[in-house]
Write a protein that binds this ligand. Structure first.
Ligand SMILES: [Zn+2]
Length: 274
């Protein structure tokens, strides 16, 4: 049985608290666990690899550097909508980011990028500009997208639809069957994580149960969103198995078929040999 974590931030566990994006302080609180120890533990539980996801230009560089020497790790380069204000008028940083996306080895996706109206840490117009910039890069380099869309699908789809030929995953999917249909209609994959194990929203569970097996991806978003019953511990890639066990019961799939299908899906979307 093979599992794959399509979305984590473990590369940040090894760095100091400089230019923190909220992830590093979380790792620090947990005593800065060694990312390679986490990967060893994950492997023992059947997790064959992970994608380290960048959230800023600098963090994306770190994710790429972390992935390069490790055979079972890949990187996604992206600028999170929270960080839009920080980056959108910084031409040099955006240029560096573009160069990284063009030349960095082991980059398998652009993201996480999208719109976040739940927190709206950056103004909507700036989030949109940054999203368009990254949709354009994905199109140019023929890379799939790791999309972060929270309370913003109505604005998101018309923008997304302007760019043809895109593929990707709606990561940390917590919307309803309506948004699920909209994503599936566009050929997108659906990333499910620990939230499903502790949500009290029956509509989220209904949507999670309705994701076709050939469109489902597993993820942790480590260090965040530790699945139940492990709540209170720091989230790491091995926890993808805990979420998978929950989803297999919810959906009525065997754990083996859920594991293998989601791993095949990840390999297909991101072009990996797993
Ligand atoms: Zn994330």
């Amino acid at each position: 049985m093979k599992f794959f974590d399509t979305h984590c931030h473990i590369h940040e566990a090894q760095y100091e608290l400089v230019g923190d994006d909220g992830v590093r302080s979380k790792w620090l609180q947990a005593g800065k666990p060694d990312p390679d120890d986490m990967l060893t533990q994950a492997k023992e539980d059947g997790v064959v690899g992970a994608i380290c996801v960048g959230t800023t230009a600098a963090d994306s560089q770190l994710a790429v550097g972390f992935a390069q020497p490790r055979s079972n790790i890949w990187a996604s380069v992206g600028i999170h909508p929270h960080e839009a204000s920080l980056h959108i008028n910084d031409e040099q940083t955006l240029l560096d980011f573009e160069n990284l996306a063009a030349n960095g080895q082991k980059i398998v996706a652009i993201g996480e990028c999208g719109l976040d109206y739940y927190y709206t840490h950056s103004p909507k117009a700036e989030q949109e500009r940054l999203l368009r910039f990254q949709l354009g890069l994905a199109q140019k380099h023929k890379l799939p997208l790791i999309l972060h869309v929270r309370d913003a699908f109505e604005d998101f789809w018309p923008i997304f639809d302007e760019y043809k030929g895109l593929s990707g995953v709606v990561h940390s999917f917590t919307a309803t069957t309506k948004e699920l249909r909209q994503a599936l209609d566009r050929g997108l994959y659906i990333g499910l994580n620990g939230i499903m194990t502790f949500t009290n929203d029956p509509k989220q569970l209904e949507a999670a149960a309705a994701v076709p097996l050939d469109k489902l991806l597993l993820e942790t978003d480590a260090p965040f969103l530790t699945p139940a019953p492990e709540r209170g511990k720091i989230c790491q890639p091995k926890h993808v198995v805990v979420t998978a066990r929950f989803l297999s019961k919810l959906r009525g799939d065997s754990l083996g078929s859920l594991a293998n299908a989601s791993t095949v899906n990840a390999a297909k979307l991101f072009g990996l040999e797993l």
